[in-house]
Design a protein around this ligand. Structure first.
Ligand SMILES: [Zn+2]
Ligand SMILES: [Zn+2]
Length: 292
């Protein structure tokens, strides 16, 4: 069964995010474990953990993905920011482990004026420290970024370079965000580009894989380097692009999480509906499983 979900709110309690996912007919979910724009490291209460775990199991919502804080910059040239980033990531890894989440999704960092090699080395070192401090636990996924100035993770080879500086087991795979990929210059609605991307993934990431797809259209044009999510089918990728992307064999079984703009639940319902229509058509095509 294809796993499809949206990023849902934890307002009112962590377990309510699962109720919201269920209400939208989803069977996977992504959440923030705390305010993503704050450094707060509130410890979880025991009953909070129990309720979340029990409900996720009862509703069969899996995998559970937690998105890391936007403040975390493991490559920061500012020592204070980097130290707090490591502490927050360590806390988030422990939290994700307690909640029984399958993966923690992270933007590896930004160079902020440093050369990219230095920034990548710092990110790898910081990932290693957090992983050691947290004692393993939940798997980390590195997400591709939109190629804004200073981004150190906008291509598969760059992500592979970050992973190469970490111990085995530290990074469990990659999260591919379609909006970010498009903004960074991957025209992911084009079959030739998808074939090139598949070659990159196999050459640079093997044995790791894309374990999660963030399915978002892009408000800005191809290779804009600007991260602006758009409703499915209403941006540069377009409905035809998503049809080609979702039918590409490499990604046919990868869980999908929508991070499309949301003013009300109706937006989620509409975007999910568009994706479900595309997926329903795919189900009539012969299945091919991943070969690597
Ligand atoms: Zn992200
Ligand atoms: Zn994303």
């Amino acid at each position: 069964m294809r796993r499809l979900g949206v990023h849902t709110s934890i307002a009112g309690g962590l377990h309510l995010s699962l109720k919201r996912a269920e209400g939208l007919g989803c069977n996977t979910v992504q959440i923030f474990s705390h305010n993503p724009r704050g450094w707060d490291r509130r410890p979880l209460k025991e009953d909070e953990v129990r309720r979340f775990r029990e409900l996720a199991a009862a509703l069969d919502i899996r995998p559970v993905f937690i998105h890391s804080s936007y403040l975390v910059n493991l490559a920061s040239p500012d020592r204070g920011v980097r130290r707090r980033s490591i502490e927050l990531l360590t806390h988030e890894l422990r939290t994700a482990g307690l909640l029984g989440a399958d993966y923690l999704v992270l933007h590896p960092g930004r160079a902020v004026g440093q050369d990219i090699g230095t920034a990548i080395r710092k990110a790898s070192e910081a990932l290693t420290v957090s992983y050691d401090k947290a004692g393993g636990g939940t798997g980390l996924l590195l997400e591709n970024t939109a190629g804004q100035r200073g981004d150190i993770s906008s291509t598969i080879p760059l992500i592979a370079e970050i992973i190469a500086g970490t111990p085995p087991g530290c990074i469990r795979g990659v999260c591919l965000d379609t909006c970010h990929a498009y903004a960074a210059g991957y025209d992911i609605g084009d079959i030739k580009v998808l074939e090139g991307l598949e070659r990159e993934i196999k050459e640079y990431l093997n044995p790791l894989r894309v374990e999660l797809i963030h399915l978002n259209d892009s408000r800005r044009p191809l290779a804009s380097g600007v991260d602006r999510h758009e409703h499915i089918g209403e941006g540069g990728i377009g409905l035809a692009g998503f049809r080609r992307f979702l039918s590409f064999p490499l990604f046919r079984e990868t869980p999908l999480i929508l991070e499309t703009p949301k003013e009300s639940d109706r937006d989620d319902i509409r975007n999910l509906d568009r994706v479900r229509k595309i997926l329903a058509r795919l189900d009539t095509l012969p299945q091919r499983t991943r070969k690597y």
